[in-house]
Design a protein around this ligand. Structure first.
Ligand code: PLP
Length: 387
């Protein structure tokens, strides 16, 4: 007979270094969610007493999230994920101008949730301008200024890049857009919970976030929408979320998201310090092995994130060989990690040809240790020495 822990016991030790794809659920989130998965299952929209606790929990979560990002609670709309938030901000703005051939500006290093929403709108007759970036992945404000015309309704630029970790100067871009009375959306899915994000300091009109990127559960996110800014509802149905986003609330998910975000925000400084230490160790190990590589993106980046390109190899090969060693990294964003096509972000920042295909993304998290980093770099060194 196998004992009940058979599966757990046979699990080999793994090194998970793909936190930009998703993070493990934090203990705080799990504990906060439990009552709403077990006993408090009432529908928050109901009017009997069993609905009171879930309704209160959703309201409380909204306040806690608002406190972290500096918004009003009523400016937070719960969604099913970051993808939905991006779709809603972009299409919901465009749908107010249907048939008017308006212009939307975005960048060529956005997540597919933004790029594919824009491509969809192009099919409906909207004009979309995809701003180029410099070799560090940054969008200078003058590039945005040049792209804006009187027909422009929205600019959408990612706050922290999911592939190369670069943090854009959103504040300056927002100022440029607002000079022309153009609304501004930022996809902050990789930033919220990792770096200080305050919607008033940024000045944005819309901001997308997703719980599973900061220790919350999968399948829940939120869209920040500045008060009095108009947006067409995306999900039609009941009157949840002030009639702006129909659908019974994912109560446990929402509560878990608020708990994870509160925890991440209250430990941000020490978390960053710890992750920086891991990244420094990674870089010094790479250097001591003398591996031929280039780092992508800016120094001002998401803590724990590394985008590195090795000369003359394929990132796919590195990913699979590391996988055999129980080490998980990514070659691009999680959503296109099966594609052997060079990622649109790596193309956009013009990584030199001999390095570009050998790009991997390593995103370290709080449960990683210095020992994990040593194993990861030794693993890379072994693979690269016998390639
Ligand atoms: N935007 C960015 C920058 C992302 O990294 C991701 C996920 O990888 C998304 C949007 C989509 O978020 P979700 O997985 O919650 O749909």
């Amino acid at each position: 007979m196998r004992d009940a822990n058979y599966l757990t016991n046979m699990k080999k030790r793994v090194i998970y270094a793909d936190h930009a794809a998703t993070t493990p659920l934090s203990e705080a989130a799990l504990e906060a969610m439990k009552p709403y998965l077990e006993t408090e299952y009432g529908n928050p929209s109901a009017i009997y007493s069993a609905a009171r606790a879930p309704k209160k929990a959703v309201a409380e979560a909204r306040k806690r999230i608002a406190a972290v990002i500096g918004s009003l609670p009523e400016e937070i709309y719960f969604t099913s994920c970051g993808t939905e938030s991006d779709n809603w901000a972009i299409k919901g703005t465009a749908f107010r101008f249907i048939g008017q051939k308006k212009r939307i500006i975005t960048s060529c290093v956005e997540h597919h949730a933004v790029l594919h929403s824009c491509a969809f709108l192009e099919k409906l007759g909207f004009e979309v301008i995809y701003l180029p970036v410099n070799t560090k992945g940054m969008i200078p404000a003058d590039v945005l200024l040049e792209a804006m015309n009187d027909n422009t309704i929205l600019a959408s630029v990612i706050l922290a890049n999911n592939e190369i970790g670069t943090i854009e100067d959103i504040q300056t871009l927002v100022e440029a857009a607002h000079q022309r009375h153009i609304l501004f959306h930022t996809d902050a899915v990789q930033a919220v919970g990792h770096i200080p994000v305050n919607v008033n300091e940024l000045g944005v009109d819309f901001m997308s976030a997703s719980a599973h990127k900061f220790g919350g559960p999968k399948g829940v996110g939120f869209l920040y929408k500045r008060k009095n800014v108009e947006l067409e509802p995306f999900m039609c149905g009941g009157s949840q979320e002030s009639g702006q986003r129909a659908g019974t609330e994912n109560v446990a998910g929402i509560v878990g998201m608020a708990a994870a975000l509160t925890e991440a925000a209250s430990h941000m400084v020490e978390n960053e310090k710890y992750l920086n230490k891991l990244v420094e160790r990674f870089k010094s190990n790479i250097q001591s092995f003398g591996l031929d590589c280039v780092y992508n993106g800016t120094n001002n980046r998401i803590p724990g994130s590394i985008s590195i390109s090795f000369r003359g190899v394929e990132g796919e090969m590195l990913l699979h060989r590391l996988d055999l060693k129980g080490i998980f990294v990514s070659t691009g964003s999680a959503c296109n990690s099966e594609s052997i096509e060079l990622s649109h972000v790596i193309k956009a920042i013009s990584v030199p040809d001999e390095y570009a295909k050998g790009t991997i993304r390593i995103t370290l998290g709080l449960e990683n240790t210095l020992d994990d980093v040593d194993c990861l770099v030794s693993g890379l060194n072994e693979i690269l020495s016998v390639k």
